[in-house]
Ligand binder design. Structure first.
Ligand SMILES: [Zn+2]
Length: 312
């Protein structure tokens, strides 16, 4: 059964499932219970109702929400911020310097997402509501945000997946909210005892070198936890980062071959999918496992991003 209620990850942090793409355990919203109640990544607008139900189940009212932090402005992470903030009168949205203007004026963001998602756009993301500039707070590399007497979050500029992406360090759990910078975690496989972490190389700001730098930087931090945008927490960050780094190398090699052969992103997506399936078969995962719906979607989007990068 799908877990309906917020999942407690540690004493202060819960995870709410937003059922993005209509799928359980795909995109999550984190709730940090500090004096200033803080939410990280509200998800797309259709997830906002789940976030509200989750907050209520945790015993919080919407006027307690003080900060809504978005790791980056891709709509599956930030698209619901405008809708949510309408009902959170005391909340401020915290965003990367390159993301702020897109939250205030989402037209370009919407146009970009329509190119990637086509006719599925409306069902996945609407409504997109702009956020008044006076409710936005910009945080850059090294900036901090005090959310409790003993908790000051720190922001790290972490491009690679997108240029408008920061990650948020939580000193209490020695953990980092990594958005999509250091990959995707497939919760669906955890109950089969399989750890799969893949890079997310979406168009059109994917930068493999920046992504490698972010992976290296986080590796050197000796973290105890990584909280992934997709989806959930790992308490073995080193292994996760190692795996993402290996897949990134393998993906890029495959992408270079496909470009050299003058083939398109569909061919690349199929090859990436086959490689991942090969890995999962070796781990005993059957070909009809539910995770393949997500892997197919992710390989399509990642293939587009890599080809886009290599053709620049
Ligand atoms: Zn994402």
């Amino acid at each position: 059964m799908h877990k309906k209620y917020p999942i407690q990850l540690n004493e202060r942090i819960h995870l709410i499932d937003g059922f993005d793409l209509g799928v359980a355990e795909r995109t999550g919203t984190y709730v940090i219970n500090e004096e200033e109640l803080t939410i990280i990544d509200p998800g797309p607008s259709p997830s906002v109702k789940h976030v509200k139900i989750g907050l209520e189940a945790l015993g919080f009212s919407l006027d307690q929400v003080k900060y809504i932090i978005v790791t980056h402005v891709h709509l599956d992470h930030s698209g619901g911020a405008g809708l949510l903030i309408q009902d959170c009168p005391n909340a401020t949205v915290v965003v990367h310097p390159r993301g702020a203007r897109h939250l205030a004026n989402p037209e370009r963001l919407v146009a970009g997402a329509k190119l990637v998602y086509g006719e599925r756009f409306s069902k996945l993301f609407e409504p997109i509501i702009s956020i008044p500039a006076d409710r936005l707070l910009v945080k850059d590399e090294g900036d901090t945000l005090e959310i409790g007497r003993t908790c000051t979050l720190k922001f790290l500029d972490t491009p690679g997946h997108a240029k408008h992406h920061f990650s948020i360090f939580d000193p209490i759990s020695n953990g980092i909210f990594s958005g999509d910078t250091v990959g995707i975690r497939y919760e669906q496989l955890i109950r089969d005892d399989v750890n799969l972490f893949l890079p997310s190389t979406s168009p059109n700001q994917f930068d493999p070198d920046a992504m490698r730098r972010a992976i290296d930087r986080m590796s050197e931090m000796n973290l105890h936890a990584i909280y992934f945008g997709h989806y959930g927490m790992t308490d073995a960050p080193h292994k996760a980062l190692q795996q993402v780094s290996e897949w990134l190398d393998a993906f890029m090699k495959e992408a270079e071959n496909v470009v050299a052969e003058q083939k398109g992103h569909d061919v690349l997506a199929q090859r990436l999918f086959n490689r991942v399936r090969e890995y999962l078969r070796k781990s005993g995962i059957p070909d009809d496992h539910e995770v393949y719906f997500l892997i197919e979607v992710d390989m399509q989007v990642s293939a587009m991003g890599m080809i886009d990068f290599l053709k620049k």
